[in-house]
Design a protein around this ligand. Structure first.
Ligand code: ATP
Ligand code: MG
Length: 240
C-alpha cells in the first residue's frame, strides 16, 4: 500500500531521517517505537506529506506522492491521521465535526453523511454526544471523535502519532480498544506509540527507530522477546 524508498529529511543542518526503506502492506498494523527525538513523528508526517521529504520516494497506491507536481490533496483524502492532540473543530458539534469533510470533499449528501456518522459514533460509544460541542467531551471522548472523523473519509490507511499520550490514564484503554477494533476489521494502521502492551498485542510488525533510521524490525515476538540490536535492548530495558 505504501512503499518508502531511501527517505531522507533534514531540518536545516539537522538530519532527522537518514534513509528509510519500508513497505506497509494492505491490512497491516505497524507500530513504531523508539526514543524521543529519533524521528518517529517526522517519518509519520512524511507519509502524508505533512513534512516534505528532502529526498526519497513515498509510493502510495502506486504513485510517488513525494514527487513534484503531485496533487497531494487527492491522495491525502485516503490517508487518515490521528494526532496526540485531538484535532477536532471546537466551533462545530460532534456530528458536524464528522460530516463536514465528507460533505465538502467527497460531496457526500448531508443525510447520508449524518447516517454514516451516527453509525460510527455508535461504534465508539458516543452516539448520545452527537449534538454536543467538543469542549463538553473528555480527552478520551475527543480522541474517539477524532478517530471517527478520520474514518468518515473512508481512508485506506490511518496514521496515528501517539494517540493516547495526552490522555489521562483512565482514558487510554477506551481509545486503544477503538484502534484495536479497527485493526481487527482489517484497517491498515501505522501507529507511533509508547504503549508497549498495545504494540505487542495488536501489531503485525514493530519498527524500532533510533537516530533517524529503522534500527530493527520484526514481529512483536522478535522485538519484545528476542531483540538483536543493542539499541533496541537498551530502549526496551528502559521502557518495560
Ligand atoms: P518524540 O517521541 O519525542 O515525539 P520523535 O521520535 O517523534 O520524538 P521527531 O518529532 O520526529 O521525533 O523529531 C526528530 C528530530 O527532528 C528532533 O531533533 C526534533 O527537534 C527535530 N524536528 C522535528 N520537527 C522539526 C521542525 N519542524 N523543525 C526543526 N526540527 C524539527
Ligand atoms: Mg513524536
Amino acid at each position: 500500500l505504501i512503499v518508502v524508498k531511501d527517505l531522507h529529511k533534514n531540518f536545516g543542518d539537522l538530519e532527522v531521517l537518514k534513509g528509510i526503506d519500508q513497505t506497509i502492506h494492505q491490512g497491516e498494523v505497524v507500530s513504531i517505537i523508539g526514543p524521543s527525538g529519533s524521528g518517529k513523528s517526522t517519518f509519520l508526517r512524511c507519509l502524508n506529506l505533512l513534512e516534505k521529504p528532502s529526498s526519497g520516494q513515498i509510493i502510495f497506491e502506486g504513485i510517488d506522492i513525494a514527487a513534484e507536481n503531485v496533487d497531494i490533496d487527492t491522495h491525502r483524502k485516503k490517508i487518515g491521521m490521528i494526532f496526540q492532540h485531538f484535532n477536532v473543530f471546537p466551533h462545530l458539534t460532534v456530528l458536524e465535526n464528522i460530516t463536514i469533510t465528507p460533505i465538502l470533499e467527497l460531496k457526500t449528501p448531508k443525510a447520508q453523511a449524518e447516517k454514516e456518522a451516527i453509525e460510527l459514533l455508535k461504534k465508539v460509544g458516543l452516539e448520545d454526544k452527537k449534538d454536543e460541542y467538543p469542549r463538553k467531551l473528555s480527552g478520551g471522548q475527543k480522541q474517539r471523535l477524532a478517530i471517527v472523523r478520520a474514518l468518515a473519509m473512508h481512508p485506506d490507511v490511518i496514521l496515528c502519532d501517539e494517540p493516547t499520550s495526552a490522555l489521562d490514564p483512565e482514558m487510554v484503554k477506551g481509545v486503544l480498544e477503538v484502534i484495536k477494533e479497527l485493526a481487527d476489521q482489517g484497517m491498515t494502521i501505522v501507529i507511533v506509540t509508547h504503549e508497549m502492551g498495545f504494540a505487542r498485542e495488536t501489531s503485525d510488525r514493530v519498527l524500532f527507530m533510533d537516530e533517524g533510521i529503522i534500527q530493527e524490525q520484526g514481529t512483536p515476538e522478535d522485538i519484545f522477546e528476542h531483540p538483536q540490536n543493542p539499541r533496541t535492548i537498551k530502549f526496551l530495558s528502559q521502557v518495560l
